[in-house]
Design a protein around this ligand. Structure first.
Ligand code: AMP
Length: 279
């Protein structure tokens, strides 16, 4: 397994593989890998000749009061997981390699970046889109794998890929959960034992909401109120938002025709949790 540290080294490796006629599947992450990331890698392994994993904690996507400094970094365990998943190359650049002195370009996916999570994390999705475009440039993938766990991010990356004619297929992978329903997240390590035991109630509430919306004569307002009431019972919770949206453009649903997505972000103590389900 190769470890590549600069955009130039990554690009050379990919160019060589592509000249040999190999297809490349790419999985971008911030490390602290868990079974959710492993599922993306396994899918990439099945569908491509070569698999590239990137591990880069991207400072551009963290707000000034967010957890960049304390974001968990577990590089040697990540390499072990990558080897087991059959990764061919790990792209692990330094911050200076990605953002050299004088760096000042960014990519912003218009309105999609300012709604839902974007309202609570200004600049977050600009940081995500910018780094993902740079990672695509370096790894030159045929396919790139993203988790539905970060549903708004997935929609934004799809939009950027279409808008900028990027020659990569975006593949969405279902959210991997703990047995009790909590979506796996590198940030779950921040939860205290008490918070951890209450956290699955978020998914429970969303699932209840999805079932409620499928009932004949369903009512959007009462489903939303019911979900909020259920989530408010989590001790120490603050709700950032719970929204029923159109799955493609993330606009708030006005009626209940066709499939919807329920998106939510809450804070439990100091930890921010996001989740979403199909409805
Ligand atoms: P992260 O390193 O956690 O920012 O995420 C890297 C990629 O893994 C993103 O595409 C995430 O959506 C995906 N991911 C994170 N957690 C999960 C999960 N529980 N299930 C599926 N994909 C996930």
């Amino acid at each position: 397994m190769k470890i590549l540290k600069t955009p130039a080294a990554m690009r050379r490796w990919s160019a060589l593989e592509r000249r040999k006629g190999k297809t490349i599947g790419f999985v971008p992450t911030m490390g602290c890998l868990h079974a959710g990331h492993a599922a993306l890698l396994e899918r990439a392994r099945r569908e491509n000749d070569r698999v590239v994993l990137s591990i880069f904690v991207n400072p551009l996507q963290f707000g000034p009061n967010e957890d960049f400094a304390r974001y968990p970094r577990t590089f040697s365990a990540d390499l072990a997981l990558a080897r087991k998943a059959g990764v061919d190359a790990v792209y692990h650049p330094s911050i200076e390699a990605v953002y050299p002195d004088g760096f000042q370009t960014s990519v912003e996916v218009g309105g999609l970046s300012r709604i839902h999570d974007g309202r609570f994390r200004p600049g977050h999705f600009r940081g995500v889109a910018t780094v993902v475009l740079k990672l695509f440039q370096a790894s030159a993938p045929d396919r790139a794998y993203f988790g539905e766990k970060d549903y708004q991010q997935l929609v934004i990356i799809r939009r950027m890929t279409r808008d900028l004619d990027l020659p990569v297929k975006i593949v969405a992978c279902p959210t991997v959960r703990e047995k009790d329903g909590l979506a796996l997240s590198s940030r779950n390590v921040y939860l205290s034992a008490q918070e951890r035991s209450a956290a699955p109630r978020l998914y429970e509430a969303l699932r209840w909401g999805a079932a409620e919306l499928r009932r004949p004569g369903a009512d959007l307002g009462s489903a939303l109120r019911g979900m909020r009431a259920a989530v408010e019972e989590i001790p120490g919770v603050t709700i950032d938002y719970i929204s029923v949206v159109e799955p493609e453009d993330l606009k708030d649903a006005s009626g209940l025709d066709g499939p919807k997505r329920i998106l939510a972000a809450i804070r439990v103590g100091k930890t921010r949790l996001i989740d979403n389900v199909r409805a």
